[in-house]
Design a protein around this ligand. Structure first.
Ligand code: PLP
Length: 444
């Protein structure tokens, strides 16, 4: 009996002993097709030769040197490689160990930027309902994921949460997607005016929402309108691409598809592809310049900032993600997966929505397709799908969300970019079995 502190105290999980391409193998030799990479982490599969070689080489040179004294070639090269492909205007990379650390750093950098500019009143972060930005207290305060927030509510910072851009639920019947996108974005302007523009530091959002709704892209034009509003009121735009970035949605940065220029972008998960815990907060030259000519010191830091092993792994990942054939491959596989999901589930009585971009796709399950009424929480449909899929040797990412204060069931798929066509078919077959098994357990 191990003394490890498990995620759920009553759960007895199998030991993962080997990773092979798109598969994880457990201690009993059972093979699991990994269609979610944990939560969109393992973008290069589980045995990538280039990352392994980069890690061995880094370990032979130096594993760790504190950034109070040293920089490292791995961290410098990673920063340069990211800036070469990052959205225009971004110029500096702050390397940390997780997604939550990137959003925490972004919140503090936004505040400090305004302070350096003499705008000391600006500290408020506006984010969105049904979002997830991490589990540390600042990140959790920004997130709008109610069940994660509730126990810790007294500890959380006062932030604003506007409605998300969620066309399946909130677009009017006679409204165009574009009109809905503008209307949804205008909620930001209303909130800025309500709290006072002079108090707002930044707006934070996921370009494609992941962990709370299962791969929901914004309506066309939403983020362009958001950018206009941010510019009008001097508010920074922080895009949290921790889950949807690094090629996951078919462009290296998810914001590329939105044609907007963020002030700060957060990436993690796919950046290290699971080989190292690593994240990066990338900020504009303008923000960096304000610090440089101001206090000269970002009032933040962790022991493992710029860790050479993490940077070496991430650099090997970025080199592969920026190879000429990677984005076309992601888009081709994503289209195949989407087509199969539509073929199999478009007429399913309990699948209300099939959505996503690139290899980041989601299904929303509903009790009634016409009214979009969700299943009652007691059914725990998402948990049943997770269990049944796992039994069928499929790892996917079902989640219980909150819709208008009610419960919702979503399944997210984020297979590795190396996924093969025949594996895509297997993913859909096994998922269909798991969903149908789960529905029949509940008497549907
Ligand atoms: N931001 C987003 C959009 C995420 O999806 C997550 C994790 O799921 C985080 C932040 C937090 O990342 P981490 O779990 O690495 O702290």
């Amino acid at each position: 009996m191990s003394h490890i502190f498990p995620r759920h105290t009553a759960m007895r999980l199998p030991r993962a002993v080997k990773g092979e391409g798109s598969y994880i193998i457990d201690e009993n030799g059972k093979r699991y097709l990994d269609a979610s990479g944990g939560a969109a982490v393992s973008c290069l599969g589980h045995s990538n030769a280039m990352v392994r070689a980069a890690l061995h080489a880094q370990l032979d040179e130096i594993a760790f040197a504190h950034t109070a004294y040293f920089t490292s070639a791995a961290a410098e090269e990673l920063a340069d490689a990211l800036i070469e492909v990052a959205p225009e205007g971004l110029g500096r990379v702050y390397i940390v160990s997780s997604g939550s650390e990137t959003t925490e750093a972004a919140i503090k950098l936004a505040r400090q930027y305004h302070l350096e500019k003499g705008d000391s009143e600006r500290s408020r972060i506006i984010a969105r309902k049904q979002s997830y930005h991490g589990n540390t207290l600042g990140a959790l305060s920004a997130g709008g994921n109610m069940w994660r927030r509730e126990p810790f509510e007294p500890l959380l910072l006062d932030m604003s949460h506007i409605e998300p851009c969620y066309a399946y639920r909130y677009k009017g019947v006679h409204e165009s997607l574009e009109d809905y996108g503008i209307r949804a974005a205008n909620a930001l302007e209303n909130e800025i005016l309500r709290v006072g523009p002079e108090t707002v530091a930044a707006f934070m959002a996921e370009p494609v929402v992941g962990a709370t709704m299962g791969a929901v892209p914004a309506a066309p034009g939403y983020f362009r309108r958001i950018r206009e509003i941010c510019d009008k009121y001097g508010v920074l735009l922080i895009l949290d691409e921790v889950m949807c970035g690094m090629g996951r949605t078919g462009t290296l940065f998810a914001s590329e598809a939105e044609h907007v220029r963020p002030d700060i972008v957060c990436i993690a998960k796919g950046l290290g592809a699971g080989y190292q815990p690593v994240g990066a907060m990338i900020c504009s030259d303008e923000i960096y310049h304000a610090i440089e000519v101001g206090s000269g010191y970002f009032q933040h830091g962790h022991t493992y900032v710029g860790h050479p092993m993490a940077a070496a792994a991430a650099l090997a990942v970025v080199k592969q993600l920026t190879s000429a054939d990677m984005m076309p491959r992601i888009n081709r596989s994503g289209e195949k997966l989407m087509a199969l999901l539509r073929e199999r589930f478009a007429d399913h009585p309990h699948i209300g929505d099939i959505r996503g971009r690139g290899l980041f796709l989601g299904l929303e399950l509903v009790w009634n397709r016409d009214t979009k009424e969700p299943f009652v929480p007691a059914v725990r449909l998402h948990a049943r799908i997770k269990k049944n899929a796992f039994e069928h040797g499929l790892i996917c990412y079902p989640m219980g969300g909150t819709i208008d204060g009610k419960h919702g069931d979503h399944v997210m798929l984020a297979p590795p970019f190396i996924v093969e066509d025949q594996q895509i078919e297997e993913i859909v077959d096994r998922l269909e079995q798991a969903i149908n098994d789960s529905l029949s357990e509940t008497g549907m």
